[in-house]
Design a protein. Sequence first.
Length: 458
Amino acid sequence: MTPDDFRRHGKALIDWIADYWEAVADTPILPDVSPGDIRSRLPEHAPERPETFESMMADLDDIVMAGITHWQSPGWFAYFPANVSFPAILGDLAASGLGQQGMLWQTSPATTEIESHVLDWLVDLMALPSEWKTTGPGGGVLQMSASDSTHTAIVVARSRHTGVEPSRMVAYASSQAHSSIEKGANVAGIGHVRLVETDNEMAMRPDALEAAVLADEDAGLVPMFVCGTVGTTGTTAVDPIRAIGGIAERHDLWFHVDAAYAGNAMICQEFRHHIDGVELADSYTFNPHKWLLTNFDCSVFWVADRRPLIETMSIVPPYLRNAATDRGDVIDYRDWHVPLGRRFRALKLWFVLRHYGAEGLRAYIRSHVALAQSLTERIDAHPRLDTVAPTLFGLVSFAHVDGNEATQRIVEAINATRTSYVVPSTLGDRLFVRVAIGSTLTDTSHVDALWDAVESAV
Ligand code: PLP
């Protein structure tokens, strides 16, 4: 493909993406396919002869679109959102065009320095501890996912206990914490994971945490890691960060905060009381790819002190040695996570911050939270509906007072519209409707359409 061909096809593809975004609101969210349908339409063998770009574009429409789940629909209320925006797409395109490999400062100074700088900006924008900046003892790095960030934190925590068998180590999180905590601990070979009891609002009970830690210490085990969640996946419950931090300090646990979804809201001052005590954390993660208009993948991982992270992750083979690293003048992000190679993820985040400005991003988060509040008010005012958890951010969790069958009918009525989509969850035996408001295009009209479907089924 020559540069001129690339210009032509690239413009056609940008038009195709813009057309998609103009049509997505009216497109049924779930594809009508069975397992294997898409694959059965692909040739058995890879092409021997070159094909035209036009034929690839035709198959995008014909084959790919038949199997696309429309996460970017404004009626997408399932899971948590997976935000995309045009500035982020363009930033990602520029990153692809430059084809950078930012494993060392030396291999791409701009990839490294823009990433450090943008994550330092975010520390200020979210009023997080200034020690977390790369200009202080800590620093931020972009990872692929919150699961990677958490796994990395557990591995660093493990390395603090030299001479202790990982099989004797214990990690703690609440019973509502994301499965990535347990997975990360398993991958790191940690012997025990305790899922600590929660209170009526599904937040970790600090007394139960401390009792579990004491019992494990008495049993000769080695408590070494605790994760506090800000915005649990089920109901966006918030663990008591300051109390957990105090326990972590008393028992020498690495304190990690998982704010994968709700961390985005910290760009607005009014949500920051939820992370009171965050200065006690050793590490913290949140995902701009969930709710800050930045395409997947983009997960921020901050540490309060970068030394243990680098000491744990750094292995320098001779071919990676260079003068800047040897002088200790630079950040080499390969030492901040498991992968060596890394792409220029910060470019899309930089474009997003500059395009919207902090003001635009605050307005964006607030618009979704206001929609969630207005839906909550309608539910609270309805005699046959109950919220099952407080609406703290953009997630509304509710059920029919008549029980699970009636709640299931609401889910089916919403999904039968085909342009609104929810995935229910359970608390104990109780089924509830989980409405995550936060897609890029979602506005009042889409929440009204969802409400009409709810009303038709109660
Ligand atoms: N933590 C929480 C609280 C989440 O809600 C999620 C995903 O929804 C994750 C972690 C995992 O995020 P990722 O897909 O980036 O690993």
